[in-house]
Design a protein around this ligand. Structure first.
Ligand SMILES: [Zn+2]
Length: 366
């Protein structure tokens, strides 16, 4: 189910300008924060506002909707609404992303968070995917909604990140304009000086786009840590992500990089997982561009630090803000570095250093 991030990147570098733009857009805005995800819902105030309009079901003042094609697999809309309402209340003082629209959709829809408008879509898993698919869909909903919370609070708290967002949108606009010009000239078979200038500009923008993608890539791993952490905090189940995503018909081998077991919050209990992480990390992170793998040790430590206290409600509710502050601090410090810092292969030391820093801060904070 994971979007082939590196394939897109590689394809994009040898594409025509038009397709290049499409791939860039896909890469920078769609694959970043979603990858593995599946169901989502969204909600706001009360769960009493559910109603039917045409064939869609709506709740939470229209923030949450179920596509009629997903109704057979989805739970009652009130269930999703209650989850979101509870999360919105529990994450304070973090801001709830009240602008987020959540759509529960069919299994054919790739579950994702779109950081342009904070919207979330969830593809509901079919019952034969695994025995607890409906419960699993809830977990994926929580994960995707976690992205919306993280993005909302990053924008609110990090001027550096706001700049990065602004830059990305401006670059996308420039690429689009350049792409349209090239298409127009191509149609006119115009190979004049204007064509040469447009091609040179395209090459310049492509280079900037490459740097930008690299800049965002590892940084979006922070997003995934927060989203997975919200699932842990909400469900108190360290294996909730795997239970939502693993295809029981063809489970991956344990301790392998393909195994979702590595993403269990308590997977650090098995020393073989840390060994696999160290041995495979360079390939998985820098060649496969995986967004979950970079901070697996952070997840494992976070679980270890919180597992004995998670059933204390006051402590549990304090975690989203505490974890966010730690991630925000490290994320912001990383943004101060050159985009080159994470783009080359052989940057294992950099990723280990980031894990150590975040783990150090978590130990001080949670
Ligand atoms: Zn995600």
């Amino acid at each position: 189910m994971r979007r082939p991030f590196s394939t897109i990147l590689e394809t994009l570098l040898c594409m025509s300008p038009g397709n290049y733009f499409k791939a860039l857009r896909l890469l920078t805005f769609l694959s970043l924060a979603s990858a593995f995800c599946s169901p989502v819902a969204r909600a706001a105030e009360s769960t009493n506002s559910c109603s039917r309009v045409f064939a869609f079901e709506y709740a939470l003042g229209g923030r949450l909707q179920i596509d009629p094609r997903a109704e057979d697999l989805a739970e009652p809309i009130e269930t999703y609404a209650q989850i979101i309402t509870r999360i919105d209340a529990d994450i304070a003082p973090l801001l709830a992303p009240t602008e987020t629209k959540i759509k529960i959709d069919t299994a054919h829809i790739f579950s994702a968070f779109d950081d342009r408008d904070f919207s979330v879509s969830v593809g509901v898993r079919p019952p034969d995917f695994q025995p607890f698919s409906k419960k699993a869909n809830r977990n994926i909903l929580i994960h995707e909604y976690g992205h919306a919370i993280f993005e909302k609070n990053l924008v609110a708290n990090s001027p550096e990140y706001r700049e990065m967002r602004k830059y990305g949108l401006a670059l996308e606009k420039e690429l689009l304009a350049n792409d349209m010009l090239l298409k127009k000239l191509q149609k006119q078979n115009d190979k004049s000086a204007e064509w040469s200038t447009a091609v040179a500009e395209n090459n310049r923008l492509k280079k900037l786009a490459e740097d930008f993608i690299n800049l965002k890539r590892v940084r979006y791993a922070y997003h995934e840590v927060f989203a997975d952490t919200l699932v842990w905090i909400t469900t108190k189940n360290p294996k909730a992500i795997r239970e939502g995503l693993e295809n029981l018909a063809t489970p991956a081998q344990e301790n392998s990089v393909a195994s979702l077991q590595m993403r269990d919050m308590d997977a650090g209990l098995d020393p073989l997982n840390m060994q696999t992480w160290k041995e495979k990390m360079e390939f998985v992170v820098f060649v496969n561009s995986d967004l979950y793998f970079p901070f697996l040790p952070v997840r494992w430590e976070l679980w270890s630090l919180s597992k004995d206290k998670i059933h204390d409600e006051a402590y549990r509710k304090s975690l989203p803000d505490k974890v966010f502050r730690v991630l925000l601090k490290n994320f912001t410090e990383d943004l101060g570095q050159s985009p080159k810092a994470f783009d080359a292969r052989g940057r294992i030391e950099g990723v280990i250093r980031l894990n150590d820093k975040i783990i150090h801060d978590l130990r001080q904070t949670i």
